[in-house]
Write a new protein. Structure first.
Length: 250
């Protein structure tokens, strides 16, 4: 499939499960890539895919401005920005969360999406491009122990809807994908934190809540992001595409 032939895309969080799968999927569909992560391992995937890369903190404005400029210079423009980097934070009831933990999760998960919009949209407006942010089912419903994460993912949808309204007239589409539980490092961390030494019980509990009876894969989320990034989604903006095996339908 070459839906994204010669499209120029930035993917953040590209060293992680969903981000790496998304980078691979966009490359398979013909995109040229610039990969971003705070984890230096992003360089290995960039080499594999012939992509540019930056090791950077997406919650930092100067860093974001710099990697967007570097990507635009390397790729010759920008058609797609995938604001995917994120963190789960600590699993605690709301009354036990520290201000530092709360602020860090909001900075990484929310400020980063706003910064992506702020610095990428001027370039996307030149190409009638689009931005896809990774929210979560935690952007749609609550989840005990994940207060800052849930609040942050709801806020991502607020930014996406606002940006869609502000930039629709310029032909820029802004959408979100809302994954359910995915078989990767982030869910392993949440499971272990929620039930130290017995994470399988948490895995079984989440699985029981999914009508399709399983966690999703990184590749299933990458496919949804590729759809939103492509012209197949040409009439989608301000939307939150839930990809969760039916989790929030129940
Ligand atoms: N795993 C799930 O079940 C799930 C479900 C819903 C939504 N999500 C969301 O999907 C996105 C990708 O997560 P994942 O599941 O691939 O987990 P992951 O931990 O494998 O990937 C997250 C990546 O983001 C990077 N990152 C974190 N903070 C950063 C920062 N400040 N600057 C730059 N990079 C940073 C990490 O280094 C990592 O490579 C996240 O936004 C996450 O909240 C995940």
């Amino acid at each position: 499939m070459t839906r994204l032939h010669d499209k120029r895309a930035i993917v953040t969080g590209a060293a992680g499960g969903i981000g790496a799968a998304t980078a691979r999927r966009l490359a398979q569909e013909g995109a040229r890539l610039f990969l971003v992560d705070r984890d230096p391992a992003v360089a290995t995937l960039a080499t594999e895919l012939g992509a540019g890369h930056a090791v950077a903190d997406v919650s930092d404005e100067a860093a974001t401005e710099a990697f967007v400029a570097k990507a635009v210079s390397a790729l010759g423009g920008l058609d797609v920005y995938v604001a995917n980097a994120g963190m789960e934070g600590h699993v605690h009831p709301l009354v036990e969360i520290t201000q530092a933990d709360f602020d860090r999760v909001v900075a990484v998960n929310v400020r980063s999406v706003w910064l992506g919009i702020k610095h990428a949209v001027p370039h996307l407006a030149q190409t009638r491009g689009n931005l896809v942010a990774t929210s979560s089912v935690a952007g749609v419903i609550g989840s005990a122990g994940l207060g800052p994460y849930v609040a942050s993912k709801h806020a991502v949808l607020g930014l996406v809807k606002t940006a869609a309204v502000e930039y629709g007239a310029k032909g820029v589409r802004i959408n979100a994908v809302c994954p359910g539980p995915i078989e990767n490092r982030m869910m392993r961390s949440i499971e272990e934190q929620a039930s130290p030494g017995a994470p399988q019980a948490v895995h079984d509990g989440f699985t029981h809540l999914v009508p399709l009876g399983r966690y999703g894969t990184n590749e299933e989320i990458a496919a949804a992001i590729a759809f939103l990034a492509s012209d197949d989604a040409s009439y989608c903006t301000g939307t939150a595409l839930v990809v969760d095996g039916g989790f929030v339908a129940g």
